[in-house]
Write a new protein. Structure first.
Length: 718
């Protein structure tokens, strides 16, 4: 090979080397300035900035709760931390901690498979990554932050042995609230040193770092803590740290938690706010960021509501009612003015720390107004007639659904106004039959109820409360009626500022409900509100002076009791307030001896609403231009005629839905002389044609008004 050729090749190799060196150097310099410049070195793991407290206030600047400005943290050497705590942590968080390096590529692959194929979220971070993320970095979810985490994790593993990393993790990771590290967590939750924890307690604490607020036994959903504890114990058994007998024994063990040491007002509401903040800003910023949070809560209303719930529940011991809850909102602004999640947050006998305002419960008949709302939008009216007689409907399983009324009676012909006012079941089911379950779910969803997520799951019992809802969602839905058809989403947080006073978010309430989203025609909202405010429309079941009546005030209100007596509701509203009250038992056992739909929740509702309205003038319902008033026959709902006079009353109609036919009175029909029922056309025995007055309802069921009907007396369930 010629010398000149060798020189040319050497020159090209040198140029390629210099070019590659420049590129690599440029990338490293760029990575340093744009990603690594301000990254703290892992040697600073024990030299962190002092956190600041986050404070939560009510709407009038009264302090409700302080998240301490300093970490509650006590160091324990790994040798003093029981092996079962170490094993529980490794089992649930990073089972191959001692086998892999800073990054567990197999765990990352498993997480990707779980997310892509099974559509289940699964973490792939190692304990080292979690330590770095929580102690050295911010919680932001960005690619640069993730790169920093990976690089720092490799450096940390190069500097420290595995035991030291585990020791730092167990001493620095957040376990919820101000508790950082296993010793602070143990004293916070169980009032003892980590050295004295048993297996059941260790497993519960080991499960907290994944989501300290969500999984906390002191949080809004304490049941999540138990679920996570069971998952931890199952992992420990799978990885042969404990036997099957030890696992089962730890799962069955009843844990005794220490009461929250921090002063706290409106605890259910405060912890609800805390959850919302963490979901938006991250655990670290809420716990250490020095946030100042102004909420919509009115402490005076809150204190009155809490006392009202507690006092009334104490009066219901003979009915096996152990708990109650209430929510007060401003429908025109969406502000949550009060949230009483239980009779007593600190009453462990009834699981008082569970927030019923957020729990899924069946609403009973309090859901019926939404069903009738759909009927009004489909062209039916308050004068639409329903035949309340025994009837059965086929189900998808090939069986028969034969509903009954709450009072055990049949009432013959009833118009919508009185069927809704007296909460009669059969007309409501017939209304849903003609509306369709999907239409009711769609309207409920538009009004703020998100829990009716699959129409195929529900049948006609949906209108009797067969689906589950939350008190907050029912508050928002009824707020649509109060706002004349406009939906205003609930707003429990008014303002959040950071430690420098910078406004992170601020809610300025609208001056009118029309700033919300229009969900219902104003005429529909008016007619539903008018029916629910009509004391005469509910006389049959509730009498003239029930707890649903607020003297000198026009208030729309509806009760609801599930068929199994597990939930009892009362929900009422004016343009200024929506009040929701509930009574029942957290363990879902049925109440006993409830005489009517107004025995339990209605007195609570009445006292709260009366207090709210005592110094306020009454708000008459304003009839919109789309609604007219017509005189109709009190039974048929048709127009009275000169030739066939009838007893009359006035009813409201959305223009275009008013009756156009006249009450024709007598007609010739076939009657079964034995049963006095209307005869089917294929029968011949005991049948005669007679002149009678007959009503046929929306489902085609007919009823002879002038025939004697023994079945109208109380009958057993068909």
């Amino acid at each position: 090979m010629k010398l000149s050729t060798l020189k040319r090749r050497k020159r090209r190799y040198l140029q390629l080397f210099l070019f590659s060196f420049i590129i690599v150097t440029s990338v490293l310099i760029a990575a340093y300035f744009f990603i690594l410049k301000d990254v703290p070195f892992p040697t600073k793991l024990n030299n962190l900035n002092t956190p600041q407290s986050t404070q939560i206030f009510d709407r009038n600047q009264k302090l409700l709760y302080t998240i301490y400005s300093t970490k509650n943290q006590t160091f324990l050497p790994l040798s003093s931390i029981p092996k079962q705590i170490q094993q529980a942590t490794i089992a649930i968080e990073d089972k191959d901690f001692y086998k892999h390096g800073a990054i567990d590529f197999r765990a990352i692959f498993r997480a990707l498979v779980s997310i892509i194929i099974h559509r289940e979220l699964q973490g792939g971070s190692t304990l080292t990554q979690q330590l770095v993320k929580n102690s050295l970095l911010t919680p932001e979810r960005t690619i640069p932050r993730k790169i920093k985490e990976v690089i720092l994790s490799f450096v940390t593993e190069a500097i420290y042995p595995k035991d030291k990393i585990l020791e730092m993790y167990l001493n620095q990771i957040p376990y919820g609230g101000t508790a950082y590290g296993i010793e602070a967590a143990s004293r916070t939750y169980f009032g003892k040193s980590a050295r004295d924890l048993n297996l059941s307690e260790s497993a519960l604490l080991a499960g907290l770092p994944e989501a300290p607020t969500t999984n906390s036994p002191f949080g809004s959903h304490p049941e999540y803590a138990k679920k996570r504890q069971v998952a931890t114990l199952n992992k420990m058994h799978e990885q042969k740290y404990i036997s099957l007998k030890e696992r089962d024994g730890a799962i069955k063990e009843s844990l005794k938690f220490q009461k929250l040491a921090n002063n706290i007002s409106a605890p259910h509401f405060v912890l609800y706010i805390k959850d919302l903040l963490i979901k938006k800003y991250g655990e670290k910023k809420v716990m250490e960021g020095g946030l100042r949070v102004i909420t919509s809560l009115d402490s005076e209303i809150q204190d009155f509501a809490q006392n009202t719930v507690s006092e009334n529940i104490n009066k219901l011991e003979g009915y096996h009612v152990t708990n109650g809850a209430s929510v007060v909102t401003s429908p025109s602004t969406g502000e949550v003015l009060s949230m009483v999640g239980s009779k007593d947050y600190f009453d462990t006998k009834i699981d008082g720390n569970v927030n019923i305002a957020l729990a899924l419960r069946q609403p009973g008949s309090s859901i019926k107004p939404i069903n009738y709302t759909v009927g009004l939008m489909k062209g039916y009216s308050g004068a639409t007639t329903f035949v309340d007689m025994p009837i059965c409907f086929p189900t998808q399983e090939g069986k028969q659904y034969c509903p009954v009324n709450y009072d055990g009676n049949w009432h013959g012909v009833m118009q919508m106004r009185y069927a809704l006012g007296n909460s009669i079941n059969i007309p409501a089911i017939k209304m849903l039959k003609v509306n369709g379950v999907s239409a009711m779910i769609a309207t409920a969803s538009a009004m703020g109820i998100t829990t009716f997520n699959d129409p195929e799951r529900y049948g006609l019992s949906l209108t009797l409360g067969g689906g589950e809802v939350t008190m907050l969602e029912m508050s928002e839905a009824y707020g649509v009626f109060a706002n004349g058809g406009y939906r205003i989403k609930l707003r429990p947080i008014l303002k959040v500022t950071d430690r420098q006073g910078k406004v992170l978010e601020e809610y300025k309430p609208p001056t009118s409900p029309i700033f919300g989203k229009k969900i219902l025609p104003e005429g529909v909202a008016f007619i539903i509100s008018d029916i629910l405010a009509d004391n005469n429309a509910r006389l049959v079941e509730f009498g003239p002076n029930s707890a649903l009546k607020i003297p000198n005030q026009i208030v729309s209100v509806k009760t609801g009791t599930t068929n199994d007596f597990r939930d009892n509701w009362t929900i009422g509203y004016t343009p200024d307030f929506v009040v929701v009250a509930w009574v029942g038992n957290n363990d879902n056992t049925p109440m006993t001896n409830l005489a009517s739909g107004i025995t339990g929740a209605a007195p609570i509702w009445h006292e709260i609403m009366a207090e709210l309205l005592k110094d306020r003038p009454s708000h008459p319902l304003t009839r919109p231009p789309s609604v007219i008033q017509k005189k109709v026959c009190s039974v048929s709902g048709l127009l009275p005629s000169i030739t066939s006079p009838c007893e009359t009353r006035f009813e409201y109609f959305i223009k275009g839905t008013e009756p156009t036919k006249f009450d024709s009175g007598v007609q010739k029909v076939k009657i079964d002389k034995t049963t006095q029922d209307l005869a089917a056309t294929n029968k011949t025995d005991n049948i005669e044609e007679k002149d009678e007055v007959v009503i046929t309802d929306v489902t085609g069921q007919a009823f002879c008004l002038t025939c004697p009907h023994p079945t109208l007396t109380p009958t057993p369930t068909p």
